[in-house]
Design a protein. Sequence first.
Length: 315
Amino acid sequence: MRCLEPRSAVATAFPAGDTTSVSSRAGHGHATTSHDLEVETVRSGPVDLSVIVPTYCGGDRVYETMCRLSRILDAMPYTHEIVIVSDGNTDCTDHEIRRVAADCRHVHAFHYAHNPGKGYALTYGVARSRGRLITFIDGDGDIDPQQIATYLEIMQREQADIVVGSKRHPESTVTYPPLRRIYSWGYQTLLKLLFNLQVRDTQVGLKVFRREVLQKVLPRIVVKRYAFDLELLVVACYLGHCHIVEAPVTIGQRFSSTIGWRAVWNVLQDTLAIFYRKNVLRYYDRAEEVELHRVPILIVEPRQRRLAGATWLHR
């Protein structure tokens, strides 16, 4: 993939809704407060790759994880940006993100006070991104970001619409508890029955999309938390973007995220709701396609107005 712009591009932000925007223009601090709903991405043109990182209570390890991600991306032959979304963190995560934005290039960080969920955070970040390819990666550090390069190679070689990490890929290296393996097997069996989705694992937090796929899919997404990944893939395939390639993934021994019975029940509820919208309501037929930068206006911002101010941070 050829580089599209010099790596020295400077980012600028516009405030969204009742937000406070903290930005830097040509090295000078600039703060703006606005009550107008204006969501635009006006940094200096498109880049090859945007990496969207949702974070929630990542604590002290966020800084090390994000700096390592930045170093790895800097070594790749692609223009890029990292968009970090702080999903209502109440610990030291926001402080650590400020450090990352100060010390690393091409980092754009957003924070809002509430915790509406990972799907919300990803949608929020995508709408503020510029990449022609968009990568989702969890911010907990369990997934090695070195794998992004492999996924981009697969995307180009296979001309795929989406590349997803899969714990069930024969080349995957995953260490996680037996109970979680049972949950995963049972859930994927249910998905095959309900949706006939030709993906063996929908939940791994590393995926790569073509921007045009997300532009069609995200305005139709309803789930913001538990089954966001599933709805994303189901709707993409329903709209004709069925070339989804599974790739091997290496997940570290921490496996920091946990699943309780309440979370399992919520996932099942969301999953059945997706089936109902797709097969009974035909909801995904009726939803209109909109420009990707307007997704927050239609989906995210109406809720965001009820939250405390959002802060935009970058170097």
